[in-house]
Design a binder for this molecule. Structure first.
Ligand SMILES: Nc1ncnc2c1ncn2[C@@H]1O[C@H](COP(=O)(O)OP(=O)(O)O)[C@@H](O)[C@H]1O
Ligand SMILES: [Mg+2]
Length: 363
């Protein structure tokens, strides 16, 4: 019997996803557990978490040893519990007795550094790690509009557009309900504000690109990539996220709406359509293979691609713990597959490790 442990920071998170997955596990001879990394006893390595009972279709409290395969769905913040769990997950990744479905990705800056040395470099907005407030002020003076984003990504939170106009420095950020704007009359005021912001966390700076549609709404193409049971990458689905008029970001947390990719691509002038479609698919086919040359194996990726007014494409963000909302909303027929794919891949990993084990024994 294969044991699959789903790790989360809170047992209330992603209830629907985990339960629907667990309901389908029995037919693959998999038992599903879910737990919080900090609930592992470091001495005994026993875990106080929950096991899914397939007959009653409910999660039940249980004390169990480390499952053989782990599915990491921990979304970290800046708080103590996140830091504690991240350290435990990093320790688990070094253990030979457990395998992760995917080993995750480093922060946005490390990703940029790796990818900027590959064939995907032309699709990356120029990115620098911010080391001082003065650096932001100087780059903004030069580029007129820059975007600041937390190095660790936070689902659209903490993204700032800074604009230099003749008289002012303007800072804008999208909240769920509204856009917050502040103006600074001089450099000193801006620098004071930046000092406080940069004190909280690390940020990256990029040129602000006009990734907007004809209605001045920011939008992007959100794709879900996963490995199949044959260990080949597949583009599971693509959807379009469209933010608010005059907004900055196209994250769902900022109130963006979802629509389907096929209808969107038809809005692109006919002469350009096939070319853009091919270019998007090219990026999505190459990206996971390139990432796995730099980083440990992955199972799934959420990729955000922006398109500027001049039809140029930009890789904005790559998530190794992607949400499923965009794909489920635009392609609901995929829902069954999305609940099964982690189980199928877990099975593949198990078979592979058994084969390696048998080979080692017969060597
Ligand atoms: N350089 C940029 N220029 C213009 N808009 C951007 C830029 N970078 C990101 N955005 C917008 O902000 C959104 C969030 O940025 P992203 O890097 O994906 O951060 P997060 O990790 O918070 O999702 C993007 O989906 C896009 O709409
Ligand atoms: Mg993003």
């Amino acid at each position: 019997m294969l044991t699959l442990g789903i790790m989360t920071l809170n047992l209330e998170n992603e209830q629907g996803y985990f339960t629907e997955m667990a309901k389908r596990a029995e037919k693959y001879n998999i038992t599903c557990f879910r737990f919080i990394p900090s609930d592992i006893n470091p001495q005994s390595e026993m875990i106080r978490g929950e096991e899914f009972d397939c007959n009653q279709e409910i999660w039940k409290h249980k004390l169990f040893p480390l499952p053989s395969i782990l599915y990491d769905r921990c979304f970290y913040g800046e708080d103590f519990h996140s830091k504690q769990c991240k350290a435990i997950v990093d320790w688990l990744k070094t253990k030979k007795s457990v395998q992760f479905l995917g080993y995750g990705l480093p922060n946005k800056h490390k990703l940029y550094e790796a990818l900027s040395r590959t064939s995907l470099a032309p699709y990356l907005p120029k990115t620098v790690k911010i080391t001082s407030s003065e650096m932001v002020q100087q780059l903004c003076q030069k580029m007129k509009r820059v975007i600041l984003k937390p190095i660790n990504g936070s689902q659209g939170n903490g993204i700032y557009l800074i604009e230099k106009t003749d008289k002012f420095w303007k800072v804008k950020t999208d909240k769920t309900e509204y856009q917050a704007t502040r103006s600074f009359a001089n450099e000193m005021q801006l620098i004071n504000w930046l000092d406080r912001l940069l004190h909280k966390k690390e940020f990256l700076l990029q040129p602000y690109l006009p990734l907007i549609n004809e209605f001045n709404q920011p939008f992007d193409i959100r794709s879900l990539l996963q490995k199949t049971e044959l260990e080949e990458w597949s583009i599971v689905g693509k959807g379009i996220r469209t933010g608010k008029i005059n907004g900055i970001i196209s994250n769902l947390s900022a109130g963006a709406s979802v629509s389907d990719f096929d209808s969107w691509i038809k809005t692109i002038p006919f002469q350009k359509r096939a070319f853009i479609n091919d270019e998007i698919n090219d990026i999505l086919e190459n990206l996971p293979l390139i990432l796995e040359q730099f980083f440990p194996p992955l199972f799934e990726l959420g990729v955000d691609i922006g398109m500027a007014e001049d039809y140029s494409l930009w890789i904005l963000d790559i998530n190794s713990k992607p949400g499923r909302k965009v794909v489920l909303h635009s392609l609901p027929e995929l829902s069954d597959y999305l609940y099964e794919s982690p189980l199928l891949y877990a099975n593949t990993l198990l078979k592979r490790s058994q084969l390696t084990h048998e080979k080692t024994l017969s060597d």
